[in-house]
Design a protein around this ligand. Structure first.
Ligand code: SF4
Length: 453
């Protein structure tokens, strides 16, 4: 279970949060609401008046994890509310755990909270003042995810997110900026901007203009990035599709306003496979644009994910992908073997790729991306880079990240000479060595004035 400190003697709610950063943000919202009402968040099943399980239903392995978390919560406690992506299929949840108190879908914060009210009486005195102004965060205080929209207008054939979460609904830009500002005031030094499709932010709001700090600002990714850049912390953009206006945020990276880091889930490179996947923005001449981005901002780091073994992917398509990757020289890359997801349109596609061939392609893909990563990291040896500290131990060692690495998904910096440092500190470090995915470095000095990548 996620641990949270106990503050008062109100009803106790246990919480299990599974799934992606977007689900984590949902969990944070529910927890913030419950704490503001005076509920205590318990670290153990025993003694909790009710347990909430926020589930992930994206792929079969995630579903399995969610089902076993529900079963465990039922065995250990017996009063369980299920929410999140798996909650859209109440029948499946009730098949494994018929007696759960309630089943709600993703973003149904109010329903979850009202089910908690039924299961465990709301404390009389709301301890509003005990809730930190930035809300409750399940991530360490020095970094935080900021969700800017829900849902997605695309219909990629392998994805069931739109049927789980609906079409794009963007948060008003002032609400996003206010949340970001509160997080920074509370000590956060790195903001991860997340959504299903960050570049589509504000489309549903017709990019309406609001006033923020005496200036007009549109609900649009470029304006958002610009305004977040004024907060003077690391701002990292995730899940960006290569629409033409993405070009406009590259100068902001070159100026140092936001991190020169772009997470673009390309998923494939072969035009035929991309069409079969029905991916957005696949017509763009991406390689040329990446070259242009690098000429404007040479430090830019591009992260992406790919799927190999999509139905109909031929050896020719796969080789196209490998050559493309060689040319694109992406810095950070994740790869998944295609997995049928219940309810996805892609399940109906002909020519499934056999499992052993998927594995073979995955191995070949990873060998290429590993070599690119190792070569790129080797070039960092001898540099001095700003490192944000994620953890420290008693032996003068610490683990941190440079601007090139997002928490939990990218590489790390293993630091020596870190005596006296604390989590969340920003230091300059000399890069001594590199392996395939990580750097090894020695602390040079505290970086107080400027972050220099
Ligand atoms: S862009 Fe495609 S993969 Fe991403 S959430 Fe939308 S439909 Fe799913």
């Amino acid at each position: 279970m996620n641990k949270a400190e106990n503050i008062n003697t109100g009803s106790k709610v246990g919480f299990v949060s599974l799934g992606c950063p977007k689900a984590l943000v949902d969990s944070e919202r529910i927890l913030t609401k419950l704490r503001s009402e005076g509920y205590e968040i318990a670290a153990e099943y025993a003694g909790s008046d009710v347990v909430i399980v926020n589930t992930c239903g994206f792929i079969d392995s995630a579903k399995e994890e969610s089902f076993s978390a529900i079963k465990e919560a039922m065995n250990e406690n017996g009063k369980v509310i299920v929410t999140g992506c798996l909650g859209v299929d109440e029948g499946a949840v009730r098949e494994v755990a018929p007696d759960v108190l309630a089943v709600t879908g993703p973003q149904q914060y109010e329903q979850v909270v009202s089910e908690v009210h039924k299961a465990a009486p709301q404390p009389h005195e709301p301890y509003v003042h005990l809730v930190p102004p930035a809300g409750l965060k399940l991530t360490p205080r020095h970094f935080a995810y900021v969700k800017i929209s829900e849902g997605c207008n695309h219909r990629c054939k392998f994805c069931i997110i739109p049927s789980l979460r609906g079409d794009l609904v963007s948060r008003p830009i002032r609400a996003v900026l206010r949340e970001a500002e509160k997080l920074v005031e509370a000590g956060t030094s790195e903001l991860m901007i997340i959504s299903q499709d960050t570049s589509a932010y504000g489309l549903d709001l017709k990019h309406q203009t609001e006033t923020w700090k005496d200036r007009d600002i549109r609900a649009h990714m470029t304006d958002l990035a610009d305004a977040l850049g004024d907060l003077d912390v690391w701002v990292r953009l995730h899940y960006v599709y290569p629409y033409p206006h993405v070009d406009d945020v590259i100068p902001l990276m070159a100026e140092g306003k936001i991190l020169p880091y772009l997470d673009i889930p390309f998923q494939h490179a072969s035009p035929k496979v991309l069409r079969a996947m029905r991916r957005p923005a696949n017509e763009a001449k991406v390689l040329e644009r990446i070259k242009k981005w690098r000429s404007i901002c040479p430090e830019i780091v591009i992260r992406s994910t790919f799927i190999v073994g999509f139905p109909g992917e031929t050896e020719e398509d796969f080789n196209y992908l490998l050559n493309w990757l060689q040319e694109a020289q992406l810095d950070r890359v994740g790869c998944f073997k295609y997995e049928a997801v219940e309810g996805a349109v892609a399940n109906e596609l002909p020519d499934p790729v056999p499992e052993d061939l998927k594995q073979d392609r995955w191995n070949r893909f990873m060998a290429v991306s590993q070599k690119i990563s190792a070569d790129k990291l080797k070039k960092r040896i001898g540099m001095e880079m700003a490192v944000l500290i994620d953890s420290v131990d008693d032996n003068g060692s610490a683990i941190g990240r440079t601007y090139a690495d997002a928490p939990e998904i990218d590489g790390q910096v293993h630091l020596s000479g870190a005596e006296g440092l604390s989590v969340g500190d920003m230091v300059m470090a000399h890069i001594d060595d590199a392996d395939d995915y990580d750097l090894h470095a020695t602390v040079v000095h505290d970086e107080e004035d400027e972050w220099d990548w």
